[in-house]
Design a protein around this ligand. Structure first.
Ligand code: RAM
Length: 853
């Protein structure tokens, strides 16, 4: 049986607003036969029942995508499409219809509008409300709201939210571009008087970002909107944001991403977005802005799930009323919803942290200047349910102040709910094994991803930072692409990277650029500009991202070509940034220039592969030569005549081996030296952000999976499982964020939700369970199954809904024999590297294999 699921248009489900008139339409197959797809046909119509406007024709191909090449679709018109697929066994399936709509290029008479009051760099302003009434002469039959904001916006029509998107329109460098989306809002409109409204928030645009004052990009939030309505009488109406709108402040006294939201329910505006309301509102202010408005290429942020406290709250006795601490049992990112009953005018203070201190109080120091505090002032008219709108926190523990419950009468468990928010990404993979601590590690990795993929990939979600740190993202992207479908998410962020590129080609340490942390990000950070899109292209088989950014990627390598000295990067006096080194390594400093040169080699190698993939043979040859020159230089500078490295840190060996910088004779020596260095530390790693992601790979790929497993199963720090043994539910920034002997690490930098070290997830999927892409493969057509047994595990398995279809790999050890069950999707084939050393070629379908151990 063949079934088609998930129809995507440019990585999005049913988008309204696209940057191209010829979008790439793609589909995913479920197949329980092993017959590969052999033909497809995509048909596009102007309505579910309407005439056909384009037909790809029956195309002999195993591809899962095609670029639309039909007539131009006009804004507001919906192109409906279906795909039919035939497999080699004569089965065929037709998809359910899906659709897309182009956006608008022309924002007509709409203007940027907002409230004139902006607060200052250190004083916040309330969140403005905006509204306008308009009349529709007959029944609306089609209506689209195109909307964006500098800041954040929650758009309304006739008192109802026009979308469930959150933190919209996300974070871009607002000096360059801001994203918009279109929404189908016909159901929200009616004949006669209607009202359009919006609530604006500061967001990344003018609230606090990182550790700086407010107003990094602009002074106050602004709305831009176009509502286009077709009516039953054949006429149409456009409602633009302009000076005819009115504005007022309401209950949101302040809302800041770092500091929290203050809401006075007594100031609620009632039915502010319905006809006849809005008395006393003042005209909106119009603003001139030059920012480019572009369709959002990635998924929207949504409420994804809710978490209830694991038990009744614990009191912290205090006069005049107790504090109550709720434990959600999971470190999470999002909002706090409260349900309270209190006197009018009573203010509830809601604070949160990731961890508690030794006395059981909130441990707030690691938040640095982020107050992460919400205030809710009650109306006092019965049960009140509230959650913030424009702020998010990273937390497990929630402290409520203001309730007058006595110690023996705690507030109900459902006084607090954790509302999890992140960019909407479908779960595509899972890993599970016989060790509960490793399973918890996998869960922590996934929660690190949930917590830090809120429109941009951030280092951490809680303290006054939350930046798109390039290094962190590049080490984690491969793991992320196992756990969830991140194609759209990284397509968007790759654009952010390009936007932040400097004139000389350099890529900064954070993106979007905040204007402060600019310049060159240095080795292992700036390289995200190659690593991320290359990873996305490999995993999703989509070359468009590479094509789109190819010239800018070349410019990035060009900058390194201009600044090296004898192919060494980050030498003393280097004109760029020497780098952050092997950030947060443990008593093991790897020289900057060694790291720099290794990453320069990696860049050249990636660029050669990218050029090859895109068919730019000359470029590819040039980059291959560059790689050879760098590797040669690396050997001259960093390999001793005896064949050891001049720097004997684990990271030095790991980078040299991982990036293929050593000659054949040196490789075994480097592996031995690496193992020796690990054993010298009692089977502990000393690697930081740059060495850790490759450490286990290097060991298992050079015949020492045993050592990799010893590191994986290590329970004393530094190790992956140490935090797990301490009850961690997310990945910590530091191996020793908290230890029995020393307590908490330096509060100046001690996040408990930092996904970087979660990059071990890639190894769990690809070297423990064994699912990986073969070298040179795009989109899981050529698989490699490389299961490794060790660590006392008796079974391990993983699944992946790849673009080629479902892949599974699971093993168990029984009576000294290794049993391996794998599923290869219909269009793919693979090689299985059994632990016995045997290599088998497999085709589509389920295979049960076994060997002696
Ligand atoms: C820290 C960030 C991030 C890291 C940089 C170098 O402040 O949290 O994880 O990439 O520094």
């Amino acid at each position: 049986m063949l079934r088609i699921r998930r129809l995507l248009c440019e990585n999005l489900e049913c988008p309204i607003g696209l940057a191209t008139a010829n979008p790439r339409l793609s589909w995913r197959l479920d197949a329980d036969s092993s017959q590969p797809p052999v033909r497809y046909q995509v048909k596009v119509q102007s309505g579910p029942e309407a005439a056909e406007i384009w037909d790809s024709g029956v195309t002999a191909s195993t591809d899962f995508s095609v670029r639309y090449a039909g007539p131009v679709i006009e804004p507001g018109e919906r192109a409906w499409w279906t795909v039919q697929v035939w497999d080699g066994g004569g089965n065929s399936a037709i998809s359910e219809p899906s659709w897309w709509e182009p956006g608008i290029g022309d924002w007509g008479g709409s203007e940027w509008i907002g409230n004139s009051y902006a607060g200052g760099p250190r004083s916040t302003a309330p969140s403005p409300y905006l509204r306008k009434e308009f009349h529709l002469g007959s029944r609306p039959i089609r209506a689209r709201l195109y909307v964006t904001a500098l800041g954040l916006v929650e758009p309304y029509l006739n008192g109802k939210r026009a979308t469930q998107d959150e933190f919209f329109p996300g974070w871009t460098d607002y000096r360059t571009r801001v994203q918009y989306r279109g929404y189908d809002v016909v159901e929200l409109l009616n004949e006669g008087v209607n009202c359009i409204g919006a609530i604006l928030g500061d967001g990344w645009y003018c609230g606090h970002i990182e550790w700086r004052d407010r107003q990094a990009y602009g002074l106050q939030p602004k709305l831009r909107a176009r509502l286009m309505v077709d009516l039953a009488d054949g006429s149409s109406t456009i409602v633009d944001s302009d000076g005819s709108w009115t504005t007022s402040f309401g209950p949101i006294l302040e809302s800041d991403m770092m500091h929290g939201e203050a809401y006075d329910a007594r100031r609620e505006l009632g039915e502010w977005c319905s006809s006849g309301s809005g008395k006393g509102w003042v005209p909106a202010t119009t603003f001139e802005e030059t920012v480019g408005i572009v369709p959002a290429p990635g998924p929207a942020v949504r409420v994804i799930q809710e978490i209830s406290p694991i038990g009744p709250p614990r009191p912290i006795p205090q006069w005049p009323s107790n504090l109550w601490i709720f434990d959600l049992g999971q470190n999470m990112v999002g909002r706090i919803r409260i349900k309270v009953k209190a006197k009018p005018g009573l203010t509830i203070r809601i604070r949160c942290t990731e961890v508690l201190d030794a006395k059981g109080n909130l441990y707030r120091e690691p938040l640095r200047t982020a107050r992460a505090t919400d205030y809710y002032t009650c109306k006092g008219d019965g049960e009140e349910i509230w959650e913030s709108r424009f702020t998010f926190h990273g937390f497990r523990y929630v402290e409520i102040m203001g309730l007058d419950n006595k110690t023996e009468d705690p507030p109900a468990v459902d006084t607090v709910t954790g509302v999890v928010l992140h960019s909407e990404m479908v779960a595509t993979g899972g890993f599970e094994c016989s060790d509960p601590l490793v399973n918890q590690l996998q869960s922590n990795i996934v929660w690190g991803q949930k917590g830090n993929f809120l429109d941009v990939p951030t280092d951490c979600p809680q303290r006054d930072e939350r930046l798109g740190w390039t290094g962190d993202a590049q080490v984690f992207v491969r793991t992320a692409a196992f756990n969830m479908d991140v194609a759209g998410f990284f397509a968007k962020w790759t654009q952010d990277l390009e936007d932040s590129q400097g004139e000389r080609g350099e890529i900064p340490p954070v993106s979007p650029n905040t204007g402060v942390v600019g310049g060159d990000g240095g080795p292992g950070w700036a390289d995200a500009f190659l690593v991320c899109p290359w990873t996305i292209a490999r995993v999703y088989g989509d070359l468009d991202l590479l094509r789109k950014h190819y010239e800018s990627m070349k410019a990035f390598v060009g900058w390194q070509e201009q600044t090296h000295r004898d192919f060494v990067r980050s030498y003393p006096g280097y004109p760029g940034f020497g780098g952050f080194g092997d950030w947060l390594s443990t008593n093991a400093d790897t020289p900057m220039d060694l790291i720099g040169t290794a990453f320069f080699g990696y860049s050249a190698d990636l660029m050669a592969k990218i050029a090859d993939t895109l068919g730019h043979a000359e470029d590819a040859a040039r980059y291959r030569q560059l790689f050879a020159d760098i590797a040669d230089s690396f050997r001259r500078h960093y390999v001793t005549p005896e064949g050891d490295l001049v720097s004997r840190t684990q990271t030095s060996y790991v980078l040299a081996l991982q990036f293929g910088l050593l000659d054949e004779a040196t490789v075994p020596k480097a592996v031995d030296a690496l193992v020796h260095e690990i054993e010298r530390r009692g089977d502990h790693l000393s690697t930081g952000f740059l060495g850790t992601p490759y450490l286990a790979h290097v060991l298992s790929d050079h015949g020492r999976p045993d050592v990799a497993f010893r590191l994986l199963m290590q329970k004393t720090y530094p190790s992956w499982l140490y935090p797990v043994t301490q009850g961690a539910t997310t990945i910590w920034e530091r191996w020793d964020g908290w230890t029995h002997d020393k307590g908490f690490q330096d509060a100046g930098m001690n996040s408990f939700n930092h996904y970087a070290y979660g990059a071990i997830g890639h190894w769990l999927y690809s070297r423990v369970a064994g699912i990986d892409l073969a070298e040179g493969d795009l989109g899981y057509r050529h698989l490699e199954f490389r299961p490794h047994v060790g660590g006392g595990l008796t079974h391990a398995s993983a699944w992946l809904d790849s673009v080629a279809g479902r892949i599974e790999a699971g093993w168990r050890v029984e009576g000294g024999r290794f049993h391996y069950s794998i599923l290869v999707p219909p269009p793919s084939a693979g090689a299985v590297y059994l632990p016995s050393g045997e290599v088998l070629q497999v085709g589509p379908g389920r295979h049960e294999l076994e060997c002696a151990l």
